[in-house]
Design a protein around this ligand. Structure first.
Ligand code: NAD
Length: 399
């Protein structure tokens, strides 16, 4: 079984799907690994580092796709909306694909992927369970993003983060508010605290409170109860506009008192709720900073522009997307460990072990034999459940 690692082609993407350190484990399990020349360079991994661990090199991208039984990518078709479609011509039937594939993105792209006949696994759909923790690339990338968001904020803020008592007077610590205390938010809290800031956080999932407190941050209590706050996968459920409206009213004062807001509130597959309005931004002190990790899904701040840094009312609003790619060495290392753990789990003795009763396999399998097979993704896109599937529900067929 040959695992192929192509160079990532999304503009500005610096990560690579496998790093040299995971190759010996794959070779030991019977895989061969081929790597496109220069694939790891932007992340700090040289060709000779891969070669010394036993990987083979292929100079032409198309040859990697031609030879590999399993393609390992970071941003695969779907997740790469700039250059990803070019891979559709290279992927072929009988091949396997593992990577971020954006299953809640454009249905046309998912159908085109299915039509190639590839057996694809969407790493975003990994169950958030203890058993799957070593394969949870969403958590890995969120950890990187939460850290980097705070580092960016500290660099942009015209104030120090820690409290300092000096001969030139006492400096008060920066106040950091984290909205959305999931994996990225919790890492943002920990990083802000390490830098000496005073951190507070808010999340609509009641379960987040204990985690926020355990990191030494204050939990912002709002007199507001979300309906059915958490779904069976542990994610926040979308709320109605009246809830978000009330949330904005109640968050207003906390935002205006903060020097930094790190916004991470997202709902899978949905546009992110606007929680920080332009009026709220106007009440913040000049020089304050908002880093909007929800930028690529519409943003939590009304003034966020995806991929841009804008200044409004003296407040810098950073909407940089794909932040994980700006820490490519460790982002690739973590991603590679997740992907190789997944490969070692689903392939045994040179063959795919397609045990659909195993949630790690059943929930991540996206396409197979020309069909979009994933029931959660089919339901999201209002496609009828497949005959024989456990979730066969009558919905309008849009395929
Ligand atoms: N192995 C595991 O058990 C495991 C691993 C990772 C994550 N998880 C859990 O999965 C869940 C999702 O984590 P995630 O980081 O991927 O979440 P996410 O990236 O989907 O969302 C980020 C956070 O935003 C919050 N949010 C959404 N709408 C909001 C709103 N209107 N106001 C305030 N906050 C809002 C969510 O509750 C979440 O905490 C969490 O419960 C997390 O603890 C479990």
């Amino acid at each position: 079984m040959i695992v192929g690692v192509p160079r990532e082609t999304y503009p500005g993407e610096r990560r690579v799907a496998l790093v040299p350190a995971v190759i010996p484990g794959l070779l030991k399990a019977g895989f061969d690994v081929i790597v496109e020349k220069g694939a790891g360079l932007a992340a700090g991994y040289r060709d000779e580092d891969y070669a010394s661990k036993g990987a083979r090199f292929v100079s032409d991208r198309a040859d990697v796709f031609r030879a590999a039984d399993v393609m390992a990518q970071v941003l695969g078709v779907g997740a790469n909306d700039e250059t990803g479609d070019a891979d559709l011509r290279l992927i072929h039937s009988g091949q396997h694909l593992v990577g971020f594939l954006r299953p809640f993105g454009r249905i046309e792209t998912l159908q085109a992927l299915a039509a190639t006949g590839v057996t694809s696994f969407s790493i975003e759909l990994m169950p958030r369970t203890t058993r799957a923790q070593s394969m949870d690339a969403l958590s890995s990338m969120a950890t990187i993003c939460g850290y980097k968001a705070v580092v960016i904020a500290a660099d942009t803020l015209p104030r120090l983060f820690p409290m300092l008592t000096t001969a030139a007077g006492t400096i008060t610590p920066a106040r950091v508010l984290v909205i959305g205390a999931g994996v990225a938010g919790l890492q943002a809290i920990a990083t802000a605290r390490r830098l000496g800031a005073v951190a507070s956080a808010y999340d609509l999932r009641p379960a987040a409170k204990e985690q926020v407190l355990s990191l030494g941050a204050r939990f912002v209590e709002l007199p507001l109860e979300a309906t059915d706050a958490q779904d069976t996968h542990g994610y926040a459920r979308a709320q109605d506009e009246a809830f978000y409206q009330r949330q904005r009213e109640l968050l207003g004062r906390v935002v205006s008192e903060s020097d930094v807001v790190i916004a991470t509130a997202v709902v899978p597959g949905m546009k992110s709720p606007v929680l920080v309005t332009r009026e709220m931004v106007a009440t913040m002190a000049a020089g304050s900073v908002i880093v909007d990790l929800a930028a690529d899904r519409g943003g939590n701040c009304e003034l966020t522009q995806a991929g841009e840094i804008v200044v409004a009312h003296g407040v810098t609003i950073n909407g940089t997307v794909n932040l994980a790619s700006t820490v490519p060495y460790h982002a690739s290392q973590m991603y590679a460990r997740n992907v190789s753990a997944f490969l070692l789990h689903v392939f045994k003795d040179g063959a795919l072990r397609l045990d659909l009763d195993d949630p790690i396999v059943g929930e991540t399998l996206l396409t197979r034999d020309g069909t979009l097979t994933n029931s959660r993704v089919r339901a999201f896109h209002s496609l009828a459940a497949l005959a024989g599937s456990r979730d066969a529900l009558p919905t309008q067929e849009a395929m």
